[in-house]
Design a protein around this ligand. Sequence first.
Ligand code: URA
Length: 282
Amino acid sequence: MAGADYPARMSLDSSWETDWHIARACLEWQVEVGVVDAICDAPIDRYALDPAPAQRPALKPAAKPAPQPGAALPAASAAVDPVAEAEAMAAAAPDLAALEAALGSYPHCDLKLGARNLVFCDGRAGARVMIVGEAPGREEDQRGRPFVGEAGQLLDRMFAAIGMARDHPDHGQAVYITNILPWRPPQNRDPSPEERAMMRPFVLRHIELAAPDILVLMGRISAMTLLGTKDGITQIRGQWREVAGRPALPMLHPAYLLRNPVAKRETWADLLDLQARLRTTT
Ligand code: URA
């Protein structure tokens, strides 16, 4: 977004520039709604600032070197393939710290521009269970950790009910958490198919490096991205699948459960199923 209407209180009047707090609140509000470009109150016609056409120096097309006889034809300018680049960068990361750094320097995902933090992971690396969520929300973006908002608190309670926690000292009862997207999408919109495709190689490498015994695909976006399915999460939740050679359990997202508390019954069944699978998986 390149600018948005200011709330009435924040209009740019003469008292505005004296109030630091209002200025800061206004800036935060703009970041919140996804503003990425600063523009002025009054439009500027930049064409009018340009010299009249007659005064402009004529642009000469750059001379192309004549092809040498027998020389190979120049390849069509190689278009950048963001997914291939993500695959190469992810594959080159030898450990989790390098993977986080690779994500930080990946140049093709514009969500990074509007995010405060890259949210990479939380919990215990080496945990038997790895949870893959969707994307950071407002609080996660502010704190740089996944699942720390209201949905995250419910997530912690869900896993506590089967004796598991992100900071559990025993790796058998600890969970490790990440998301499909490490940057918050503006206004928590769904990630686009292109954004999901770009981030998928990083998530697959993340799974490989964290090496959990079992994956939990938390919610529709996670299941869609890692299973390549268009089936709704309410249809596939509780059905064991495989991702990167590991058993993967799609579950209802805690944010969904906050809106539909009656669905907690199915989630409880999935948690018990997960607990039973952990007992039989080495
Ligand atoms: N929802 C998610 O899927 N991930 C988070 O980190 C927070 C909320």
